[in-house]
Design a protein around this ligand. Structure first.
Ligand SMILES: Nc1ncnc2c1ncn2[C@@H]1O[C@H](COP(=O)(O)OP(=O)(O)OP(=O)(O)O)[C@@H](O)[C@H]1O
Ligand SMILES: [Mg+2]
Length: 352
């Protein structure tokens, strides 16, 4: 089911939280709304869901205008951060509850519960109560309950936030598998960029109630429209250096970090202030334009190691390396920046 937000505005009293947003979510697509706390992600989701009445614009499901249609009639499945399972009911009763409300027969409910339980792999848990389940199992039950009415749209608001790291990883791929198996159109609200990148077809990055970029994860990672977007994707994050373009070089004014830039940047930005972004995978020993600094932080991340290198001007570049480097904190290093992959932004943070 295609979802279209057309010039949609949502206010709470005098506070306009979403201002004239346009967003089209394709049929069968899973899209992430990603952004910092308070940027309006949940408000957008609740508006699609019908919990919030919107103040301007339209919301369409397919070709149908659902702006004034109640939440119940929109046929959406919703999973929130707190799973909100009924503690006194068994798993089976929890999942079947939406169908019971619709007065479906007991045998019909049982058939559908069994079917959905098999899909989310909880067949053996049906007789238990929520209190007897792990976080991940509860999450699967909440998902089953959201899916049992065969909704046209699945809305997920930080569904993995309460799970520990291992379960989060497992449920990430499980939710994606189920979304793809059912072909359901889904919206995932998250502030976790890894979640957004790994689970979704496209990501919409929001800032202060507006969508600042919408793109496929890889495209957004490689071609962010602004330093805000660049800073949101990537872990460990991109590092920024502020300076000026002078005579074909990027120059940091205080202590002289200096390296050549492309001919295009050199001519179009001559004399201007810019901000360059360097991702940790493009700051490596022995390749590119050499920059010297001191190792100020080392974090072993298992397969890879993260190094922070503090430059003479106090700026920090990050390097992520697969093979173990013998350097220690305090060591002076001269490593290379691959300037082909450097991102350049103007002084307002917009990509050049
Ligand atoms: N019911 C409400 N009444 C008044 N203001 C609200 C209400 N719900 C949200 N807001 C305000 O709207 C803004 C956006 O809130 P929203 O919950 O959509 O943010 P969010 O992006 O989901 O953030 P988080 O990541 O913290 O969940 C915030 O400033 C919030 O205080
Ligand atoms: Mg929220």
């Amino acid at each position: 089911m295609r979802i279209l937000l057309d010039n949609f505005t949502k206010s709470f009293g005098s506070l306009t939280v979403i201002d004239k947003m346009d967003l089209e979510i394709h049929d069968g697509e899973m899209i992430a709304l990603l952004g910092g706390s308070g940027c309006g992600k949940s408000t957008t989701l609740f508006s699609i869901c019908g919990i919030h009445k919107i103040n301007g614009g339209r919301i369409l499901f397919g070709d149908k205008d659902v702006t004034n249609v109640t939440s119940q009639e929109r046929n959406v499945g919703v999973v929130f951060q707190s799973f909100a399972l009924y503690p006194h009911m068994t798993v089976e009763q929890n999942i079947g509850f939406p169908l019971k409300l619709r007065k479906e027969t007991a045998s019909e409910i049982k058939r559908k519960v069994d079917e959905i339980a098999e899909m989310v792999h909880i067949e053996e848990l049906l007789k238990r109560r929520p209190g007897e389940l792990s976080g991940g199992q509860q999450q699967r039950v909440a998902l089953a309950r959201a899916l049992i009415r065969r909704p046209d749209v699945l809305l997920l608001d930080e569904p993995l936030a309460n799970l520990d790291a291992t379960l989060r990883l497992e449920m990430r791929s499980e939710i994606r598998r189920i979304q793809q198996e059912t072909g359901i159109t889904a919206v995932l609200v998250t502030h976790d960029q890894v979640e957004a990148m790994s689970m979704c077809d496209r990501i919409a990055i929001m800032d202060a109630g507006r969508i600042v970029q919408i793109a496929e994860p890889k495209e957004m990672y490689n071609n962010p429209v602004s330093d805000y977007v660049a800073g949101f994707l990537g872990s460990p994050p991109i590092a920024f250096l502020n300076g000026q373009i002078q005579d074909g070089n990027f120059v940091e004014p205080n202590a002289g970090t200096k390296f050549p830039v492309s001919a295009t940047i050199a001519s179009s930005q001559a004399g201007r202030s810019v901000r360059v972004g360097i991702r940790p995978e493009y700051f490596q020993p022995d390749v590119g334009t050499m920059i010297s600094g001191k190792v100020s932080f080392i974090e072993a991340q298992g397969r890879e190691t993260l190094y922070n290198v503090t430059l003479p001007d106090g700026n920090i570049l990050r390097s992520i390396q697969g093979s173990h480097s013998p350097v220690k904190i305090g060591d002076a290093v001269t490593w290379g920046v691959n300037t082909d992959h450097m991102l350049v932004f103007d002084k307002n943070g917009l990509r050049i």
